[in-house]
Design a binder for this molecule. Structure first.
Ligand code: HEC
Length: 191
């Protein structure tokens, strides 16, 4: 069992990585006044965030699930911070947060609620914001491998570690295919 595990995990992670890259490449903005032919600026800005989160998770999981918790906890906020600056802010949020610090700007909540209300709609969304800024979100759908830390049957040592770090954790009990939250980015629109 111990020898079979890493192979299975690697396969899952690899297919996940490919799925992420593919969806990012073909993403089209469903609504909002955006040129459909051009890749969306929001999608471009989110891509390195998604890739770096993925490799942090991959790196952590290669050490073990409990070890990967530390990778998510420490690296995820640092990655978001490193890619945010004056004209760009980005992050990920959820209707069931693990870390309360992952709350998003106010404009994100109605978009997240719309995804929850319409499970068939998983297209990216674009909204115009005040001060020549634009907002863009992409849904985050739970993958099978995410259940190790967000699912219904979490290993006791993982559950114990999560409970110690996140006493108000709401991000457990998810099933694969369920909406886990959204990636969001807010940026200044170039004239
Ligand atoms: C090794 C355990 C682990 C795995 C596996 C894992 N996560 Fe997480 N996840 C965490 C931790 C820990 C946090 C809190 C990070 C922080 O403090 O910012 C988190 C936070 C999040 C958040 C931010 C919102 C919140 O609730 O704070 C999202 C969204 C998320 N995870 C989605 C996923 C998805 C999708 C997958 C699968 C691709 C996944 N996670 C796999 C441990 C994990």
């Amino acid at each position: 069992m111990l020898t079979a595990k890493p192979v299975t995990l690697c396969n899952v992670l690899l297919s996940l990585l490919l799925a992420l890259t593919t969806s990012a490449a073909v993403v089209a903005v469903a609504d909002g006044g955006v040129d459909q032919a051009r890749p969306s600026r929001g999608a471009e800005l989110l891509l390195p965030y998604k890739q770096q989160l993925q490799s942090a998770l991959l790196g952590g999981m290669s050490q073990g699930v409990v070890e990967a918790i530390a990778a998510c906890r420490l690296q995820a906020p640092a990655i978001a911070q490193s890619l945010s600056h004056n004209t760009v802010q980005l992050g990920r949020t959820s209707h069931r947060l693990r870390n309360p610090e992952n709350s998003a700007p106010d404009w994100v909540a109605p978009l997240l609620q719309a995804y929850l209300a319409t499970p068939a709609d998983r297209a990216a969304k674009q909204v115009a914001l005040d001060n020549n800024r634009s907002g863009y979100v992409e849904p985050i759908v739970l993958q099978p491998m995410c259940t190790a830390c967000h699912g219904q049957a979490i290993a006791p040592e993982v559950a114990e570690r999560l409970a110690a770090l996140y006493p108000r954790d709401q991000a457990v009990g998810f099933m694969p295919g369920e909406l886990r939250g959204v990636f969001w980015v807010e940026y200044a629109v170039e004239p």
